[in-house]
Design a protein around this ligand. Structure first.
Ligand code: GRF
Length: 203
């Protein structure tokens, strides 16, 4: 049986990419990372790919007149690597229809809050500032709005007395690393069905 081909987009550290690679290595995720793409040349995520080696591609935003042109270039790279599912793992750029169109319902993201609470940047700091007692992470399909598409799964994490942005982020990240590979495996098994905003899991 052929393995699901993933294309990972990451702007930074790449710990979620690493969790995905580890899950593949341990046989917990039957998929393959065909390419890792970043908008930052120095992204640690690219170095992680390079060391394996998995093709790593830096696409320089300064070379494109618009976000849409940039995304069209991205799609070319994804297609060249036969990518079936686009995985956003800390990818810090807004997507345009030039990418969302060709990969509709085939782009998946992880966000460090319980959406729809605290979309956008610094979700953990937003949660602390608001004073919530529970936060967490959300895996969701991507649509045209930021951190908005149909929710696949969420893990709740307590917010503790004295938490800082760092301590809460670390507690959430631990759960991100568990949840994301599991949900990718469900996708690989064809078990996720999207109807409107709802995602159901079929055996
Ligand atoms: C994670 O917290 C993820 O939820 C968010 O960006 C962060 C990326 O971390 N979208 P890493 O690059 O995977 O370590």
């Amino acid at each position: 049986m052929s393995r699901l081909m993933l294309g990972v987009l990451a702007s930074g550290r790449g710990s979620n990419l690493q969790a995905i690679l580890d899950a593949i290595r341990h046989g917990q995720l039957r998929a393959e990372v065909g390419v890792v793409i970043s908008n930052h040349k120095e992204a640690e995520a690219l170095a992680r790919a390079r060391s394996l080696p998995i093709p790593d591609v830096f696409i320089d935003p300064s070379l494109y007149a618009s976000r849409s042109d940039y995304d069209a270039a991205l799609v070319q790279v994804l297609k060249a690597h036969q990518v079936e599912l686009v995985v956003l793992a800390g990818y810090m750029r807004l997507l345009t229809p030039a990418l969302i169109g060709p990969y509709r319902n085939r782009i998946i993201n992880i966000h460090p809050s319980l959406l729809p609470a605290f979309p956008g940047l610094h979700a953990q700091a937003q949660a602390l500032a608001y004073g919530v007692k529970v936060s967490g992470c959300t895996v969701h399909f991507v649509d045209e709005e930021v951190d908005h598409g149909p929710i696949v799964a969420q893990t709740a994490v307590p917010v503790l007395e004295g938490d800082t942005e760092e301590s809460l982020s670390a507690r959430i990240l631990e759960q991100e690393h568990r949840l994301f590979p599991c949900m990718l495996q469900l996708y690989a098994d064809g078990k996720l069905r999207i109807e409107g905003r709802k995602v159901s899991i079929h055996e």
